[in-house]
Design a binder for this molecule. Structure first.
Ligand code: ZN
Length: 336
């Protein structure tokens, strides 16, 4: 989803930051940070991530209270179990802005669950029920190939790769994949001005992460940091450095963007700041987990044209984007 936080225009100033140009380092410290050797990391398979995206889309829009939604949730859980991860479901009912009660579940899958030093990978697995930014089909459901399916697909491929190389992470390191439901059923005050928002001033988005942050599974969960993946599959994606991520976890932003740069993915992970957005990381940060948001979101604070339209389908999914995100996150995990 995401509503823009209401930022003053001044907050949008100062867009371009540093670049990772070799030979332009001001201090020995930055030089060391930028040239640190990357950890030995297995390959993230983009074909596999693409197939996971297509599989979810093939179920149909994953809108809460539909059969496609239930089937997709079962399939995601089955995949994690197949790779040997410990899976927990967190069922809950959420009241939506239109009064519907959404039968929802968050999915938590833990790799190496006994390890004390943990990284959280977050995504949402539901689909927005209407293409409200579409010019013609505003009430049509959307495929959510990038918005929803791609983040889950990258998480599943990360789980598959980890499971295929037992004991390859540093000793004591584990990873948790936490997939939120009912993230994208929110009220958009611009495109849905003709509708009534029964939730009033409450946040109508991110219902799964709101629930989870107040009822954490696992209890007292304290990973080192978290990475939220949202809209990470579209061709030509631009991941700019979102405001709340920079505020709450500046070191994680630096680590992820520098890793992407070293891997040659700077055309996706751009060194430009973006304003804050309302996404699941708002609630994970509120729960004390320092979380960044890797999100296809322009420095201007705008989304690209496919967002919340029927164009968000498999035709925009690009293996290179999935690879850039997946290989970067995997390398960061192997560096823990
Ligand atoms: Zn969305």
């Amino acid at each position: 989803m995401k509503n823009l936080f209401r930022f003053a225009p001044a907050a949008l100033a100062g867009l371009l930051l540093l670049t990772g140009c070799p030979g332009k380092n001001d201090t020995a410290d930055t030089s060391a940070a930028q040239e640190a050797a990357l950890p030995k990391t297995p390959a993230f398979n983009a074909d596999s991530a693409y197939a996971y995206t297509a599989r979810q889309v093939a179920f149909g829009p994953r809108v809460p209270n539909t059969a496609a939604h239930v089937k997709t949730g079962d399939w995601i859980i089955g995949q994690f179990k197949k790779y040997g991860l410990a899976v927990q479901e967190q069922p809950f009912e959420a009241k939506a802005f239109d009064g519907n009660i959404l039968k929802s579940r968050n999915i938590i899958a833990r790799y190496n669950p006994a390890a004390p030093r943990r990284v959280a990978v977050f995504a949402h697995w539901d689909t927005r029920p209407f293409a409200d930014k579409d010019t013609e089909n505003k009430n049509a459901p959307l495929d959510g190939a990038s918005d929803g399916a791609s983040g889950v697909a990258v998480a599943l491929e990360l789980a598959r790769v980890l499971a295929a190389q037992p004991d390859s992470l540093a000793p004591g390191v584990g990873v948790d994949f936490i997939l939120f439901d009912s993230e994208d059923y929110g009220y958009d005050g611009i495109t849905q001005a003709d509708k009534t928002n029964l939730l009033g001033s409450e946040d109508s988005w991110c219902l799964g992460s709101q629930y989870w942050s107040k009822n954490m599974v696992p209890a007292n969960y304290k990973p080192n940091f978290g990475i939220l993946l949202d809209m990470v599959g579209a061709q030509g994606a631009k991941f700019s450095r979102e405001n709340l991520s920079r505020e709450k976890a500046p070191d994680v932003i630096e680590k992820v963007w520098n890793t992407a740069s070293q891997l040659g993915f700077s055309d996706f992970f751009i060194y430009a700041d973006a304003p804050g957005i309302d996404d699941d990381h708002v609630y994970t940060n509120r729960a004390g987990i320092r979380t960044i948001d890797i999100l296809d979101f322009l420095p201007s604070g705008e989304f690209r044209p496919y967002h919340h339209t029927t164009k968000d389908n498999m035709s925009i999914i690009d293996r290179r984007t999935l690879k850039a995100v997946g290989q970067t996150v995997l390398t960061v995990i192997y560096g823990e």
